[in-house]
Design a binder for this molecule. Structure first.
Ligand SMILES: CC(C)(COP(=O)(O)OP(=O)(O)OC[C@H]1O[C@@H](n2cnc3c(N)ncnc32)[C@H](O)[C@@H]1OP(=O)(O)O)[C@@H](O)C(=O)NCCC(=O)NCCS
Length: 278
């Protein structure tokens, strides 16, 4: 049965809703990822539905121009399970996406809802976490990003994702702990970054021309981390390598799309920037 709050106007959420978002995530046994939520609440368009207690549901829409919009952080409080809030929030995000492709990474719990709304499967991504065994083994084949690299990194990112992520990248460069690039004949052919949430350092994005470059980018970032590292990838060889390097496989999500296939050259996107952003 659909109840009234599912038909209530969807509210725009902001940074002032951070605590409520963390409580909503905890209600669904998701970790309290304070930095991630802060970034998403400022960079993306977060929407929510409230009941008399608190935030009852959330979704974050990120629009990257006419070709791509990404959806993340779709959560509905357990007290409202299967009463139409997820559908209402997702519909709202889809109505406001304004892009040829709407995409997301679906959990097992989310997949039936997205299928009901016409999204189709486009791949899988596995999450890996652990202490990187190659600690201290920097390859020397990458170098730190400098502000002079910005235009080249933006161009490469646009080529690979088929989307205009310039605003996101500007915010990400302030948010990230490390950003490194790999070059070929002086031109930037790959870049990767990492960001911290609690004790975990999350590596992403990883964009590279080939698997070997993806590995050196990950190695040069992960080898300096004293603590757990997380790496998400839809690339089976990078996933197998991550496991061999000590990053155990944790869970899998399904890439789902609505409309056109994902734009860009996805063969060079080894790791998303963040699951909620693509
Ligand atoms: C996924 C989630 C957001 C769905 O929210 P919800 O408000 O319960 O979903 P709705 O009531 O709007 O469901 C709409 C439709 O989706 C489908 N659906 C949703 N959950 C389903 C389930 N567990 N099994 C089968 N179909 C399901 C059904 O078609 C449903 O319509 P119906 O109830 O009339 O049959 C919620 O379960 C949740 O927060 N899960 C934990 C967090 C998570 O994994 N989020 C997804 C991230 S990608």
């Amino acid at each position: 049965m659909t109840v009234d709050i599912a038909r209530a106007p969807v509210a725009r959420l902001g940074i002032e809703d951070l605590a409520a978002c963390l409580d909503l995530a905890a209600d669904r046994q998701w970790p309290r990822e304070r930095r991630k939520w802060s970034f998403l609440l400022t960079m993306g368009e977060a929407y929510g539905l409230r009941d008399e207690h608190d935030l009852a549901g959330s979704v974050v829409l990120s629009r990257f121009g006419p070709r791509l919009a990404w959806v993340g952080m779709m959560l509905v409080a357990q007290r409202w399970n299967r009463r139409g809030l997820g559908r209402a929030l997702m519909r709202h995000a889809m109505d406001h996406a304004g892009a040829g492709t709407i995409a997301l990474y679906a959990t097992e719990s989310g997949r039936p809802l997205y299928e009901a709304l016409g999204l189709r499967v486009a791949g899988t991504v596995s999450t890996h976490r652990g202490r990187f065994l190659g600690a201290g083994s920097r390859t020397g084949l990458t170098r730190p990003f400098t502000p002079a690299d910005l235009a080249a990194v933006q161009r490469l990112d646009a080529e690979v994702t088929g989307a205009d992520r310039r605003r996101l990248l500007t915010g990400y460069l302030r948010f990230a702990g490390q950003v490194r690039v790999v070059t070929e004949g002086g031109a930037i052919t790959g870049y990767a970054g990492s960001w911290r949430d609690g004790e975990t350092v999350v590596i992403g994005p990883v964009i590279a021309a080939r698997l070997a470059d993806a590995k050196v980018l990950v190695t040069d970032i992960a080898s300096t981390v004293d603590g757990p590292v997380r790496l998400d990838t839809g690339h089976p060889y990078l996933a197998a390598w991550a496991v061999a390097e000590g990053l155990a496989r944790q869970f899998e999500v399904t890439t789902m799309v609505h409309g056109r296939d994902l734009p860009g050259d996805r063969s060079r996107l080894f790791t998303p920037l963040m699951q909620a952003l693509g």
